[in-house]
Design a protein around this ligand. Structure first.
Ligand code: NAD
Length: 297
């Protein structure tokens, strides 16, 4: 068997096009979604991520307000900026790029964001609503993964799903989303015993570990849908580096039913979902809680 490759770039482009179309409709009502982006320090990877986010926001008709702050910025200053952004009517989404410098209390900064503007879905109010099955802003990466799974598996009810990783930003919300879609969900982590045995039973595997080739191809159940969230930079053998996921891609291709590549799988979906969350935050802010939101699908 050779797995179907799930083209995250194409699916993300389709979602961005839908977001742009809805933004254009809102513009006729003089509503322009606004995203505030807060970047502290000079971390090169964060600068690249923020650059992609603002470029794609612009292309989708979303206004962005950039706040680039020195690495010396402290927790109180950041909370004060967040409070200012909370109060602005032209800002519908607030993105604080992580990681923040070690000297900053990241949890306190994220907790200061108005849950209605928490387009990353990291606030305890949104995490709690998601866990309770209530309407919530869902974290962008797991939402992107769910959209990709639905591409190849429209009916997920009853499927055995395995999420490897239990972080607050990927693993836990991913498990909640799969549960909402009636999967039977297992969450594995660094202390899990017999991961190969659990993989062998799983029809859906989402790997969010942060270790190259942590999931071997021959662990997979034949035909499984494999979503590889990992982004790992490794030496490519010729003195350069390349990005790989958490799954042994070559091995998995021969065994899985469908798989996301790295790069070009989950990564593009994360930004597209950020735009979706910003658009929907603007719709709620201007048209009320009952207004029709843009669906992720
Ligand atoms: P994290 O470090 O917070 O969590 C990693 C999780 O993996 C932990 O819960 C840990 O228990 C688990 N783990 C570690 N070793 C394990 C092992 N041997 N077996 C099973 N589980 C193990 O990481 P994160 O923020 O959740 O990110 C995970 C990966 O996803 C990273 O590579 C990150 O770069 C990537 N990521 C990608 C995107 C994207 O847009 N594509 C977004 C977020 C994170």
């Amino acid at each position: 068997m050779t797995a179907t490759i799930i083209d995250g770039k194409a699916v993300a482009e389709h979602l961005r096009t839908r977001v742009a179309a809805r933004t254009a409709t809102l513009a006729q009502q003089a509503i322009v979604p606004g995203l505030a982006v807060v970047l502290v320090g000079e971390d090169p990877a964060s600068q690249v991520y923020v650059g992609s986010k603002t470029k794609q926001a612009e292309a989708a008709g979303i206004r962005h307000f950039d706040h680039r702050l020195p690495v010396s910025t402290n927790t109180a200053q950041l909370i004060s900026l967040v409070q200012e952004l909370n109060a602005r009517r032209d800002v519908h989404g607030i993105l604080v790029q992580l990681p923040l410098p070690a000297s900053v209390d990241s949890a306190a900064v994220l907790a200061a964001i108005d849950p209605a503007k928490d387009v990353d879905g990291f606030h305890a109010v949104n995490a709690g609503r998601l866990a309770l099955g209530q309407e919530a802003t869902v974290p962008c990466t797991p939402l992107g993964c769910l959209i990709l799974i639905r591409q190849v598996l429209p009916q997920m009810a009853g499927k055995r799903a395995l999420v490897i990783g239990r972080s607050n930003i990927v693993g836990k919300p991913m498990a909640q989303l799969l549960l909402q879609n009636d999967c039977t969900v297992t969450i594995a982590h660094s202390r899990t015993r017999d991961l190969p045995g659990i993989c062998a039973e799983s029809e859906i595997v989402v790997a969010a570990i942060g270790r190259p080739k942590a999931v071997a191809g021959d662990w997979l159940r034949p035909g499984a849908v494999v979503i590889d969230v990992g982004i790992n930079r490794i030496a490519d053998g010729s003195g350069k580096t390349k990005l790989v996921g958490d799954v042994d891609y070559a091995g998995a291709l021969a065994r899985a039913g469908a798989i996301t590549p790295v790069p070009g799988g989950v990564g593009p979906m994360t930004i597209a979902c950020l735009l979706l969350n910003t658009l929907n935050a603007a719709i709620r802010a201007h048209l009320g809680a009952k207004a029709e939101l843009l669906s992720p699908y």
